[in-house]
Design a binder for this molecule. Structure first.
Ligand SMILES: [Zn+2]
Length: 225
């Protein structure tokens, strides 16, 4: 059998991580619910492996109201206690309560800026930053952009948003393209983000929008001239 060898970032090893890497990681996300999802998941990850979080992701989706920040913001202390008893998620009181507090802060940002998308993408001037790294060891854990994002989120009352968490978030939602140069996704994503209204990334975002019910906040992708 003739199999074309696919090169991908060396961290994507397990089946779950490969699927995540190939389909999601680094794809520019402009959907607020999706951005909230990554804020919750990256915060939950602190000190754990991403694999652990991927395993628990469906449980997070179910217990965190499909990552609807408006609903999560209304979680009572009783619902937080219930979450703490749920082995399907990371049972850390600080992480869970911060997710609820972050939902409240998230709603305030939406109110002020129209969308969280408009706010968060400012930290890369609205365009994905395409890096060109050959080795995993060349990928930083934080940058001046993630420092600025962290500082501003903390100022706005968010928690579990240190600079390294922010940088992981930026990588996940495609604010930076940190696929390694020889990874097959490096080029694909680069092409997708240059053609902002192109069908590939557009279709992915549209699918995300269809899943969310509070759509219509703003067009997911801004055409840049
Ligand atoms: Zn990659």
């Amino acid at each position: 059998m003739n199999r074309v060898e696919i090169r991908r970032c060396p961290w994507a090893v397990s089946e779950r991580a490969i699927a995540y890497h190939d389909q999601e990681w680094g794809v520019p996300a402009h959907n607020d619910r999706r951005l909230f999802e990554f804020l919750v998941l990256e915060g939950a990850q602190a000190g754990l492996s991403w694999e652990t979080i991927l395993k628990k992701r469906e449980n997070y989706r179910a217990t965190f109201a499909g990552f609807d920040p408006a609903r999560v913001a209304r979680f009572s202390s009783r619902s937080i206690e219930k979450l703490l008893a749920n082995p399907g998620i990371v049972r850390n009181r600080l992480k869970i309560s911060s997710a609820v507090e972050n939902a409240k802060a998230f709603l305030k940002v939406q109110e002020e800026m129209g969308s969280f998308d408009a706010f968060i993408w400012q930290f890369v001037d609205g365009q994905p930053k395409t890096n060109a790294r050959r080795l995993l060891s060349q990928v930083p854990a934080r940058t001046s952009e993630s420092d600025a994002m962290s500082k501003e989120l903390i100022r706005r009352g968010f928690r579990f948003v240190g600079s390294t968490i922010c940088y992981a978030f930026m990588q996940a939602v495609g604010m930076v393209n940190d696929h390694l140069l020889d990874c097959f996704r490096y080029q694909q994503i680069g092409e997708g983000s240059h053609r902002c209204n192109a069908s590939v990334s557009g279709a992915i975002v549209a699918a995300g929008l269809r899943r969310q019910q509070n759509g219509g906040i703003k067009p997911p992708l801004r055409a840049r001239k």
